[in-house]
Design a protein around this ligand. Structure first.
Ligand code: ADP
Ligand code: ASP
Ligand code: MG
Length: 588
């Protein structure tokens, strides 16, 4: 007899008929002899509907009252599903997040789970009850805490389910939803998206945080950190779905379930070089030509960054291992001879990276990394961010000093530090999945001082408001007054808080101003074989160029390539990139 946690999402509970069908499914699982803890979301689009009601009263509802309101959605479904189970003769009892002992921090609307006090659940299981728990919610009633209802953030029921599975050491956590599992991309937009039998937690973390709504990124993070076997499958059939596995052993000594340091390790990669092309034409096809010719020349490009363009011209910067620099420059010169533009390069650089799970989801982490480097007087030549890794390219001679200071602040032991790791080709596909995120805006801070600490100040100002950034790009070119521009993307929901905080900050920088770009989407390809494959970026850029789609910004990290493009091309671009990697059914 095993303990299973099963989670049913809103679409699976959209009507009374569906609730009865879910009850039937739970009854069958129970009859197989397993113990069941069931986590549910609000019915259908109830959370959206409640949000809409609030917006008819105020544009800026207090976060506490929103939690009070939204948590009612899940309370409706736990009681109805429990009634349906009892009707079928399956003894069941419903529990709110508070009753289930889900203790969270006090950040309303985005609270992280600290611990789950499982005594009551375990007692009820011993009595043979099936327990139906409200997802997405918890309470601040920790030691000496005051009882306040909190919610975990939209899509957070997945996180409740996996956190329960980790705390109860369940054999498996099954997420039942309206698609057959994790697909190569969103099947609502790409009709021939294909089901994956399995996917690594790192790849899924990237996809989920880049817009693949099928799983809440924090659920994947907990599964990864606590070794929970996580399965995503359809509510409508009995097929296997997608399995995510992690070989980590649960370790509760590292702090709360979601309150542990996300930094698992630190890596230094020496002998790196940066090549910058500036003033190149801003039109579809230029990035494709550049990265295709680098790949033809046998150059394996690591990080790529393209800043927002300034009046018809662009800057593209990339890094390569120093021993590939000569080759890279030869290819760039050929291209610049035909299209125009300037080339510069810098050797003797080192890439310093911190890695783990959920790094960018905790904005304080990247900002303290930048802060440590700035306090150590180290200028960051280039930044690459992702959910599993943040990298900074810095001067080689400061590499060891950076390593010491960063490992001290993140309390890393020697075992967690690697210098020039030799990574073996894992023979994984260069691209496993593509995600489209329509929930981002693009902001540029223009004319910022070009000195150590500027990027760090921007990030820490936003981190203080709990705002996560992505696609952080510093422009190559300097303005006449020697200032630079820094651009990034952030969630639409954080727009007004971010602008408010940044306006105050840039008041200190003479001549600096904020600019919000046109409506954009973020499109990203993810695959753990990407670092071992030449030419992946070139293929993505070519797919976009073939559709005459201009790329506004490019940012990459180890296992992902992201392009920011105009909102109107999002779905077309998703279809195009998906088919260029032959990811669809009958395509491979
Ligand atoms: P639930 O209500 O069950 O939590 P969600 O709407 O949160 O369901 O998540 C399921 C939806 O995620 C699917 O209907 C699908 O449109 C979307 N989705 C986006 N990317 C993917 C992907 N890569 N694989 C599967 N579904 C995806
Ligand atoms: N009901 C919440 C939402 O719609 C939580 C969830 O469904 O996971 O965001
Ligand atoms: Mg969901």
């Amino acid at each position: 007899m095993a303990l299973l946690v099963q989670k049913f999402g809103g679409t699976s509970l959209g009507s009374i008929e569906r609730i009865k069908a879910v009850a039937q499914r739970i009854k069958s699982s129970k009859e197989k002899g397993d113990d069941l803890v069931v986590v549910v979301s609000a019915m259908g689009h109830q959370t959206d509907e409640l949000t809409r009601l609030a917006s008819e009263i105020t544009v800026d509802p207090p976060h506490r009252e929103m939690d009070m309101l939204l948590s009612t959605g899940e309370q409706v479904s736990i009681s109805l599903l429990t009634m349906a189970l009892n009707e079928l003769g399956t003894p069941a009892i419903s529990l709110t997040g508070t009753q289930a002992g889900i203790i969270t921090e006090s950040a309303h609307g985005r609270a992280r789970i600290l611990e789950i006090r499982t005594e009551r659940i375990k007692n009820l299981l011993d009595q043979g009850q099936t327990i139906v728990i409200a997802g997405f919610q918890g309470t601040t009633l920790g030691i000496g805490g005051i009882a306040e209802i909190t919610t975990l953030g939209r899509g957070g029921s997945d996180t409740s389910a996996v956190a329960l599975a980790a705390s109860l050491e369940a054999a498996k956590c099954e997420i039942y939803t309206d698609v057959p599992g994790v697909l190569t991309t969103d099947p609502r937009i790409v009709k021939n998206a294909k089901l994956m039998k399995s996917i690594s937690c790192d790849e899924m973390l990237e996809l989920a945080s880049l817009g693949a709504a099928v799983l809440h990124p924090r659920a994947v993070e907990i599964a990864r950190n606590f070794g929970v076997t996580l399965v995503v499958k359809s509510s409508w059939d009995n097929l296997d779905g997608t399995t995510l596995t992690s070989n980590k052993k649960p370790d509760f000594s590292q702090g709360g379930i979601e309150h542990r340091s996300p930094v698992d390790g630190l890596e230094l990669l020496e002998n790196q070089a940066v090549v910058a092309l500036s003033n190149i034409p801003d039109r579809p096809g230029i990035a494709a030509e550049l990265f295709e010719s680098l790949s033809e020349g046998g150059v394996n490009v690591d990080l790529i960054i393209q800043a927002t363009h300034q009046i018809d011209s662009n800057d593209i910067t990339f890094t390569v291992a120093e021993n590939e620099l000569h080759n890279a420059l030869t290819q760039c010169k050929k291209l610049v001879n035909t299209i125009g533009g300037d080339i510069s390069f810098q050797k003797d650089l080192t890439k310093l990276s911190i890695y783990g799970a959920g790094i960018m989801g905790r904005p304080g982490i990247a900002s303290s990394l930048f802060q440590i480097l700035s306090d150590s007087g180290i200028n960051i030549r280039l930044i690459a961010t992702s959910e599993v890794k943040v990298s900074c390219v810095i001067d080689a001679e400061l590499g060891k000093k950076a390593l010491r200071n960063v490992s001290e602040v993140f309390k890393l032991t020697d075992k967690q530090i690697t210098v020039n790791p030799t990574i073996e080709n894992n023979n994984e596909p260069e691209v496993r999945g593509i995600a489209l995120d329509k929930d981002q805006i693009q902001i540029s801070v223009k004319n910022v001082p070009d000195k150590p600490g500027t990027a760090s100040t921007i990030c820490s100002t936003l981190a203080e408001k709990n705002i996560s950034l992505d696609t952080i790009v510093q422009s190559e070119r300097k303005h006449k007054d020697k200032t630079k521009d820094i651009s990034f993307t952030l969630k639409k929901n954080d727009r007004s808080d971010a602008k408010y905080a940044l306006k105050e900050l840039i008041g200190n920088w003479k001549g600096s101003n904020l600019e919000e770009g046109e409506s954009i989407v973020r499109i990203s390809a993810v695959g753990s074989g990407m670092p071992f494959t030449k030419g992946t970026a070139g293929k993505i850029f070519r797919a976009l160029a073939n559709q005459k789609i201009n790329i506004e910004m490019i940012a990459t990290s180890e296992i992902r390539t992201t392009c920011i493009i105009s909102e109107k091309y999002g779905e077309k671009a998703l279809n195009e990139i998906h088919s260029c990697f032959k990811l669809g059914k009958n395509e491979s």
